[in-house]
Design a protein around this ligand. Structure first.
Ligand code: SF4
Ligand code: MG
Length: 283
């Protein structure tokens, strides 16, 4: 049986020392081992940005895609081989700016994949511009007078789009993050996990200390019921979107694959398809 070390490869990440993305990588590797996967059972599909490098740092199938397109590729991978566990991963710019159209439709489509957003509230790879997740008043090279746009709330959007699994964590809380990824993989449907992942080089506002002071852990509310959609929306709004833990889960709704008659029986990848020219001509 594989351990988290089996999900390591010999490529040294070139993230800045202290970047939150290191812990997210470690959490994915631990979660994959904890749920009993072997490296050949897992595909990690990423977009563009510092976060996008993650697919190259995990010993599994992987594809470093194009900007904002991690989810279309991940969904294609899952449809082609439904025996794979598929994790899509990208940053807040990747998923909530250029990729937002894909994000909401992937959420409501509810294919059985896990989407982990490495949310640092800035564009890191391009050296620090305002992202959809940056706070109002946030000063960067692209907003020298401070951002005048409203901050996007991914948790509210996910719930509104019909998400069946919504969670949020903090890269420093490896235990919580690993457990949530395990739950996300186990969930039969689209699992949306937003992770605060500080950019130590360009975001001098949303630092590790800032998150430690402002995060509200749902573990502090033992009466909280993650099966209530309206309760989840209320809690998100009450905490300014800064809550962590399992926020919402709907186990009743079937995944996309499970709703198509006959679709589940055999993955395309294991069918002996005749891909000869003659076979195409007969179609
Ligand atoms: Fe991480 Fe920021 Fe460095 Fe990118 S620029 S690797 S997000 S710390
Ligand atoms: Mg970012």
């Amino acid at each position: 049986m594989a351990t988290f070390k089996d999900f390591r490869n010999n490529i040294k990440p070139n993230w800045c020392p202290g970047c939150g993305d290191f812990s997210i990588q470690a959490a994915i590797q631990r979660a994959a081992a904890n749920v009993g996967l072997e490296p050949e059972d897992l595909a990690v599909i990423s977009g563009i940005g510092c976060s996008g490098r993650i697919s190259g740092y995990i010993n599994a199938y992987g594809l470093h895609g194009i900007h904002g397109r991690a989810l279309p590729i991940a969904q294609g991978v899952k449809l082609a081989n439904r025996e794979l566990t598929v994790i899509a991963s990208g940053g807040d710019g990747d998923g909530f700016a250029i990729g937002m159209g894909h994000t909401v439709h992937a959420i409501r489509r509810n294919l059985d994949i896990t989407y982990i957003v490495m949310d640092n509230q800035i564009y890191g790879l391009t050296k620090g511009q305002t992202s959809p997740r940056s706070a109002e008043g946030f000063k960067t090279k692209s907003t020298p007078e401070g951002s005048i746009e409203t901050t996007l709330s991914p948790l509210e959007i996910a719930l509104s789009a019909g998400a069946t699994f919504v969670a949020q964590s903090f890269s420093s809380d490896l235990k919580q993050l690993t457990a949530l990824i395990e739950q996300g993989i186990a969930h039969k449907g689209f699992s949306f996990i937003n992770v605060f992942s500080p950019c130590v080089t360009f975001n001098k506002v949303n630092t590790y200390d800032w998150f430690k002071e402002n995060i509200v852990n749902l573990a502090e509310f033992p009466e909280y019921d993650p099966t209530s959609r309206i309760g989840a929306m209320t809690k998100i709004m009450e905490t300014g979107g800064l809550l962590t833990g399992l926020i919402y889960q709907n186990k009743e709704r079937k995944s996309y694959e499970d709703m198509i008659v006959g679709f589940k029986e055999e993955a395309l990848s294991s069918q002996s398809l005749d891909i000869s020219r003659e076979a195409f001509d007969k179609l």
